[in-house]
Ligand binder design. Structure first.
Ligand SMILES: Nc1nc2c(c(=O)[nH]1)N[C@H]1C(S)=C(S)[C@@H](COP(=O)(O)OP(=O)(O)OC[C@H]3O[C@@H](n4cnc5c(=O)[nH]c(N)nc54)[C@H](O)[C@@H]3O)O[C@H]1N2
Ligand SMILES: Nc1nc2c(c(=O)[nH]1)N[C@H]1C(S)=C(S)[C@@H](COP(=O)(O)OP(=O)(O)OC[C@H]3O[C@@H](n4cnc5c(=O)[nH]c(N)nc54)[C@H](O)[C@@H]3O)O[C@H]1N2
Ligand SMILES: [Mo]
Length: 767
């Protein structure tokens, strides 16, 4: 008899993104998190020029915000952080770590905010309160005894520009560039791909471009869930008749239609704006092939127009003046055969020609993309292919056109801007040397995958985590968790209890910090911080909620505490003065990066933010050739090293509206109509028939890699869904045990979480 999941409820997801469902969600989470009424009014200050920058996604904050410039995701993130629930020393007295390790991710974080510094006591198997001073002293003493090359300073992309600058300086003064961050699992393919082709590591569009564009191509980003505020721009564009052409294997509700919960008229009439005008269900990993098809079709239209003696379809003047390598790319397009494109993309030639036709009719085209593009073996090539498409008609560096990678964490882009990078050539080392009188290390540091490799090789002595939930977010979970327990020292700066505190090093500290929404009082008074959004605009952010406990320290204070206990005193770095007045940190940032941050304190409250100068946006190309680069793809196939053959299914991992990465707000996925469990697998009905599976039936998955490591996840309930045959989808982070560490993007080392070949088996264990 087949095994059925008892706890999952599957409904037909019919509601548009936004709408009443969104309002109900916000209300229910505010209640569940027991957010004080005065704090729920905080939402009115979210993403306002004088308010706080949302702690959810990095989407742009307009100069003229809507009265309610927040979304369902932002409201959830705010409620989660400003919750009145707390856990203190008594909680940890009541529960051993072994006991807590059996709780699920939702239950752990749902206990509320951490309030006191903790150290793991191995005798009792419990975390115990320690004083801040003793924690810093012990961490400093340990770090002084380690080889700096074997210590890792990780950051998750939430910490402010001020904290991030101090943190990077701490690592370099200590003696390494081991500064991996969440971006290494996320948009690093963008940082590498756009730098190589356009000479900038970030997107070129601004909010203004959304008002001037004629056409939007949308690759592998789930806007309704992961950056819902962008729906305002998309809805406005749709109302102007702008086509939106989507490439996504899964039919995502939020990419299909939208009801603006902030428009009373729409809410009352129940009217929806259809978002995507074309929806192409590309195979996971098939974007390079799809983009080759688009470009090949554009070339054919150009040939035909040329033959008829009509004007060119390609922007030949732009190609001539601004680009390099078009000839080779053109030759590769002519050599590329349609049957190969169709097979690898899973899309038909006429469908791709239809999309190409719209591209050619539009004067200004923009390409938006997310993790569906970057988290692949060929993630960097995918990004370069998007650039190829844009360059054909000069769609970079003109109004309404350009490339728009949608960043994840609210300051992940900014952290890179102020020095969090393992690549020494990307940090102004000479400037730091001059400013602070020390010799910054010149050796390349570890990125996330390299840090994991070093941990597996037992070559990491200490891991400091500035936010995040590293063991939960990275691939190769089984091996990583075992190795993690052997790290001599782990230190986590966190707001909430998470898996990484329970899977801990031999000596382990959890240091609780203030969140960005909280009032941060220091010597000179309440402090502000700054962040950079997805469109390279810098914004001030002012905490407004009472801190959840008086014992918390701010992130800058914690970084300074570790720095002072670890480093020899340096008269040019006065950590205490910086902590007393963050405007002094901003002065230091301005001194290191004058081109970007001059007059930082004066400009930080500019409505809409002040923009980082981006050469490519002005058609200045900081590439070796001095031109924008065309790239010839190495291969059409997206998954050369993990091709398990015909018996495999290709798995891609996604997020739901009930989570922010490893933070699980609830076990429901309203947009996909799945309630009560995240242990599910979305599957085409044709595949269910092929495997003779019923809805809700339990299956096990095993990774197809033949390298002697067993990687499996058991007990997933099958949910019929509109995905291409041969592909299945499930949730990050539950499915991370299936991803080999070596299965990552070739040039950027972003784990290839969107194309994992797996073998499906009937559940071997009872539900
Ligand atoms: N509510 C909420 N908001 C978030 C987050 C969250 O967890 N929850 N996380 C934040 C972070 S850190 C990030 S990086 C962003 C992530 O935001 P997104 O980039 O939207 O990330 P995902 O949900 O992982 O996947 C995006 C989409 O890619 C599609 N896809 C999968 N494989 C392919 C492929 O091969 N090709 C194409 N074209 N599409 C594919 C999936 O179906 C999915 O719709 O969101 C940020 N915002
Ligand atoms: N299979 C698969 N794996 C993936 C992905 C995927 O799509 N599929 N996506 C990848 C991506 S894009 C990313 S960005 C990573 C995410 O990886 P991380 O950034 O490491 O993980 P998060 O879940 O965002 O971190 C959540 C924790 O951060 C802490 N936190 C929250 N707010 C604050 C704060 O203000 N300060 C501090 N110090 N701590 C805070 C809380 O304790 C919380 O438990 O995961 C990656 N892993
Ligand atoms: Mo991310």
């Amino acid at each position: 008899m087949s095994k059925q999941s008892g706890d999952v409820r599957i409904e037909n997801p019919t509601m548009p993104a936004g709408g009443w469902g969104s309002v109900q969600e916000v209300t229910s989470i505010l209640l569940h998190q027991r957010v004080p009424l005065k704090d729920s009014r905080l939402l009115l200050k979210q993403n306002k020029p004088d308010g706080y920058a949302c702690v959810s996604c990095a989407w742009a904050k307009p100069a003229n915000p809507h009265p309610f410039e927040f979304c369902e995701s932002g409201a959830k993130a705010t409620a989660w952080e400003t919750t009145s629930k707390t856990i203190g020393p008594d909680f940890f007295e009541r529960h051993t770590v072994t006991e807590l390790a059996a709780w699920d991710d939702h239950r752990l974080e749902d206990q509320g905010r951490l309030t006191v510094p903790l150290r793991y006591d191995p005798q009792a198997d419990k975390y115990r309160e320690v004083s801040w001073d003793s924690a810093f002293a012990a961490i400093g003493q340990a770090l002084r005894g380690f080889d700096p090359k074997q210590v890792v300073f990780y950051s998750s992309g939430r910490a402010s520009l001020e904290t991030s600058y101090m943190y990077a300086l701490l690592a370099r003064m200590y003696g390494n560039n081991n500064l991996p961050d969440s971006s290494n699992m996320c948009h690093e393919s963008t940082s590498v791909g756009l730098q190589k082709t356009l000479g900038v590591p970030v997107g070129t569009v601004t909010l203004d471009d959304f008002e001037q564009t004629d056409c939007i191509f949308f690759f592998g980003q789930n806007v309704g869930v992961n950056s819902p505020r962008m729906l305002h721009q998309l809805q406005a564009a749709r109302r102007r008749g702008v086509p939106i052409i989507t490439f996504n294997p899964l039919r995502e509700r939020g990419l299909v239609s939208f009801t603006n919960p902030q428009s009373p008229a729409e809410m009352l009439s129940g009217s929806e704006t259809p978002i995507s005008t074309q929806y192409h269900q590309v195979k996971p990993g098939g974007d390079t092939a799809a983009l080759m098809g688009l470009c090949k079709a554009i070339l054919a239209f150009d040939d035909a127009a040329h033959a008829r003696g009509e004007g060119r379809v390609l922007d030949t003047a732009f190609l001539q003046e601004h680009t390099h390598g078009f000839g080779d790319f053109e030759a590769s397009l002519r050599a590329c055969a349609w049957p190969d494109i169709e097979r690898e993309s899973g899309l038909r030639r006429d469908a791709l020609e239809g999309a190409a036709e719209v591209y050619c009719k539009s004067a200004a085209v923009m390409a938006v993309y997310g993790m569906g593009v970057t988290q692949h073996r060929n993630g960097v090539q995918n990004v370069a292919m998007i650039v190829n498409l844009l360059l054909l008609r000069g769609n970079v560096g003109k109004p309404g056109a350009g490339v728009c990678p949608v960043r994840g964490h609210s300051n992940v882009q900014g952290q890179r801007t102020v020095g969090i990078t393992e690549k020494p050539e990307l940090a102004p080392l000479d400037k730091l040397k001059e400013q602070y009188g020390f010799a910054p290390p010149l050796e390349k540091g570890m990125n996330t995958v390299e840090a994991c490799e070093a941990i597996l090789a037992r070559q990491v002595q200490a891991f400091i985590g500035l936010g995040g939930n590293f063991v939960r977010a990275v691939p190769e979970r089984t091996l990583m968790e075992a190795a993690w327990r052997e790290i001599p020292l782990t230190v986590q700066v966190s707001t909430k209890l998470n898996r990484n505190h329970l899977v801990h090093g031999q000596d382990s500290y959890v240091l609780p910090c203030l969140g960005r929404i909280e009032i941060d009082n220091q010597k000179s008074g309440p402090q502000d911080v700054t962040i950079e959004d997805s469109t390279a605009c810098m914004h001030g952010s002012r905490g407004m909620a009472e801190p959840v406990a008086p014992t918390l320290l701010s992130e800058p204070a914690i970084v300074a505490g570790i720095a002072k206990a670890t480093l020899n005193p340096n008269p040019r770095v006065d950590w205490d003065r910086w902590v007393g007045d963050y405007s002094l940190i901003r002065d230091a940032i301005a001194e290191t990066y004058p081109e970007i941050f001059h007059d930082f304190n004066a400009r930080m409250w500019t409505p809409g933010g002040f923009r980082k100068p981006l050469a490519a946006a002005n058609r200045v190309w900081k590439t070796p050739s001095g031109k924008a680069e065309f790239t010839v793809p190495e291969a059409l196939a997206g998954n050369p090293d993990l091709n398990g053959g015909p018996a495999t299914l290709r798995l891609f991992t996604v997020r739901s509206d009930g989570q922010f990465n490893t933070t699980i707000y609830s076990h429901d996925d309203r947009f996909r109509g799945v309630y009560g469990s995240r242990m599910v697998l979305f599957m085409a009905r044709a595949d269910m028939a092929k495997y003779a599976l019923a809805q809700g039936e339990l299956v096990d998955l095993r990774c197809a890699a033949m390298d002697g490591v067993e990687r499996r996840v058991d007990g997933l309930a099958v949910v019929p869904y509109d995905v291409p045959q041969g592909c299945i989808a499930g949730y990050f982070p539950e499915l991370n045990p299936l991803i080999p560490l070596w299965h990552h993007a070739k040039e950027s080392k972003v784990p290839a979480a969107k194309a994992i070949d797996v073998i499906l088996e009937r559940a071997r264990r009872p539900a």
